[in-house]
Ligand binder design. Structure first.
Ligand code: DQA
Length: 157
């Protein structure tokens, strides 16, 4: 008898979701966000996921509703979520609500150390519903996030 929850746990990809303006990585304030482009980060995520026997579905959107739709999709289609909510970290109750309902492990990533920056970046609505938060490690934060997600998923294999 197929069991959607178990089948997803065994075979589904992990969702790596990137929020607004991250499509401009490499061009946008490289002194803060580093030289890597989103395509570089995407490749890094595919490579890292494969090292842990996972596959990664890497997406980016500038639109809050599209990000929320992707998180809702993850409830049934993905094993876990790595999310850089970007500016929506600091504003979006709706994205937090979607993540709280996701019923899969969630790891939040920020390229920059948001606690060393402007005060409005110190609070993230997402952190309260994330299993782990990684910030300030640059693109390597995605490697750390996927490694931790793989660890959280070990029990469900
Ligand atoms: C960011 C930090 C956010 O404060 C900012 O709005 C971003 C990127 C980061 O990766 O460091 O767009 O999430």
């Amino acid at each position: 008898m197929p069991n959607p929850a178990t089948d997803r746990a065994l075979a589904g990809p992990v969702l790596v979701l990137n929020g607004p303006n991250l499509n401009l990585l490499g061009l946008r304030e490289p002194e803060i966000y580093g030289p890597d482009t989103l395509a570089d980060i995407e490749e890094l995520c595919h490579h890292t996921a494969a090292e842990y026997g996972l596959t990664a579905d890497v997406r980016q959107s500038n639109h809050e509703g599209v990000l929320i739709d992707a998180v809702q999709e993850a409830r049934t289609a993905h094993r876990g979520i790595v999310i850089n909510p970007a500016g929506y970290s600091h504003t979006s109750v709706a994205l937090r609500d979607a993540l709280a309902a996701a019923e899969v492990p969630v790891v939040e990533v920020h390229l920059s150390n948001i606690h060393r920056r402007e005060e409005f970046r110190h609070f993230s609505y997402v952190s309260g519903v994330a299993d782990a938060v990684i910030c300030g490690a640059g693109a390597h934060g995605y490697v750390l996030a996927l490694a931790h997600l793989a660890r959280l998923l070990e029990g469900s294999r």
